[in-house]
Design a protein. Structure first.
Length: 542
């Protein structure tokens, strides 16, 4: 085995810089006590710095080659095991990085007056450290590196929930940790198995080295697939591995919930696309019927459970379970249109969740409760709170012109092209969504105010500054989705090609399925590679 030399396919290691900026901010706040008194300002500077680096990465990225891994860098880490510090992004990875970089300063500004001053440094450092791990996860091209950060991020999340949440925060944090550790332990089995069944090259754990080069028999490959899927299904969260989410969302602070559900849970669906499908295409088509059934169960179950909630935080968490069902449906149905919709859905859901959780937190601070049965008439005294909740809720249930419409429509269109029964069930989920969002809005924000629960102040200047960019992003994605959908088309074509390889053997209604939808190709076929290939061969001594 010859050593691998470092290589960078860009003008600078921009992704490594994007990792180091928030990590440096976290270390400064933890290790330099005088800075803790300026924790809010330091956090905003470093989080905005990371966002600036993300925008720099966007300017270097060629959207016409959205399926290609760009901004790639590979550095030896543990050569004897074939482990590298390998980063790179396609259009999906970059979109998720930008979503995270956008939401972190929003969360820090929203939490400006919520966290006690003596703990602000610890809180801000945790958020910045979490951002650093998120950047690695969404750009990692080495499976071992992905796994290390997948587990390491549990530490800041555990403390964010357990130290800065509601009365039941410690129990919720422990439940989150146990579920996540269980999923990580199962994934570890798969990561170890990849070492033995991999190509045994200096880049043994690179996704691009493993794809198509594993020597595992089909049965073994399916078990390795299951080990990754269990971890990603917990993270997603996919029914029946979802039960940690409502308790955690109820007890976590609104800002933590935004990062947890708006960004971290997308690691589950991202991992399915970026790791599971390239590494285990045969196993993915084998498991597709099960995944599709679980997806539509999640759509209906999450919606019905949301209708029955009296706590707004729990209601929003159950709506997310339904939304993740749509994402998984789009990934595994085998349609390029649905796959594009699923990936855009990941971004759109992050924005609507941010709006819902943050404005609900602002409401709770004024009224002292998030119990629907104890609220009413809020729109009369807090019209901005009511309006922001309504816009975010309408984006969540896919009102045309807002961020959720195009991705949900694409998932439904692609699903109907492959399976009419699954499409009908998914449409039922859309109807349920209107009920679970508009009914609580009517009860909380209309009617006569409850004097003992209604505060006198509407959104202040800081809170408006927090929510305006979130609402603007929902409108921008809703009115001009083509920029993102076009960039994701190539990735979607690869996802659909993998799943369509099992056509006729995988879907529950294959016998009555309509004609297979042709894959969507970019205008210039040369712009779309046959596989996701990370160009590192120049740095490997053959």
């Amino acid at each position: 085995m010859q050593p691998i030399t470092a290589s960078i396919s860009g003008p600078a290691p921009v992704l490594t810089v994007m990792v180091l900026v928030p990590l440096a901010g976290a270390l400064l706040l933890w290790l330099v006590p005088p800075l803790r008194g300026l924790a809010r300002q330091v956090g905003l500077v470093f989080s905005l710095g990371a966002l600036g680096v993300g925008i720099w990465a966007l300017t270097l990225f060629d959207p016409g080659r959205g399926a290609d891994i760009q901004l790639a860098e590979v550095h030896p880490w543990i050569p004897v095991l074939g482990i590298s510090w390998a980063l790179g992004v396609n259009a999906l990875g970059l979109a998720m990085l930008l979503l995270a970089a956008f939401l972190v300063p929003v969360v820090l500004l929203a939490s400006w007056g919520e966290v006690p001053a003596d703990r602000q440094g610890f809180f801000t450092g945790l958020v910045l450290a979490l951002e650093a791990f998120i950047v690695v996860i969404f750009s990692a091209r080495d499976v071992f590196l992905f796994y290390v950060c997948f587990e390491a991020m549990l530490v800041p999340v555990y403390f964010l929930i357990g130290r800065f949440g509601g009365p039941g925060r410690r129990r919720a944090a422990l439940k989150f940790l146990l579920y996540s550790l269980a999923g990580g332990l199962v994934m570890l089995i798969g990561v170890v198995a990849l070492f033995f069944y991999g190509p045994h090259t200096p880049t043994n754990y690179l996704i691009d080295s493993l794809a198509g080069a594993m020597t595992a028999p089909p049965t073994v490959a399916r078990w390795i697939f299951v080990s990754f899927m269990v971890a990603f299904a917990i993270k997603a969260p996919l029914v029946p591995l979802h039960t940690w989410l409502p308790d955690t969302a109820e007890q976590a602070s609104p800002g933590t919930s935004v990062l947890l559900i708006g960004v971290l849970d997308k690691i589950g669906t991202y991992g399915m696309i970026a790791l599971v499908l390239p590494l285990f295409p045969e196993a993915a088509t084998w498991a597709a019927p099960t995944m599709l059934v679980l997806a539509v169960i999640g759509i209906i179950y999450g919606g019905l459970a949301a209708i029955g909630q009296d706590n707004l935080y729990r209601l929003i968490s159950y709506t997310s379970i339904s939304h993740f069902g749509f994402m998984v449906l789009g990934i595994f149905i085998g349609s390029p249109v649905a796959a594009t919709g699923a990936m855009v859905y990941m971004v759109a859901h992050g924005l609507s969740i941010a709006g819902l959780y943050l404005v609900t937190g602002f409401l709770a601070r004024r009224t002292g409760t998030v119990a629907i049965s104890e609220l009413g008439g809020i729109a009369r005294v807090m019209p901005l709170v009511a309006g922001t909740f309504l816009v975010s809720g309408l984006a969540s249930i896919a009102l045309p012109g807002l961020s959720g419409f195009v991705p949900e429509w694409m998932v439904l269109t692609g699903t109907f092209s492959r399976s009419v029964p699954l499409g009908i069930v998914a449409v039922a989920g859309v109807v349920i969504a209107a009920v679970y969002m508009l009914l609580p809005y009517q009860r909380v924000f209309t009617g006569a105010p409850a004097p003992e629960r209604v505060g006198s102040a509407d959104l202040d200047a800081r809170e408006r500054l927090v929510l305006v960019p979130v609402i603007a992003a929902m409108l921008a994605l809703g009115l001009a989705p083509g920029v993102l959908t076009d960039a994701l088309d190539g990735v979607a074509g690869q996802v659909a090609a993998t799943m369509s390889a099992g056509a006729g053997a995988g879907r529950p209604d294959a016998a009555v399925e309509p004609a297979v939808e042709p894959a969507v190709e970019p205008q210039n076929p040369a712009d779309r590679p046959a596989s996701l290939t990370l160009s590192v061969t120049e740095g490997i001594s053959k």
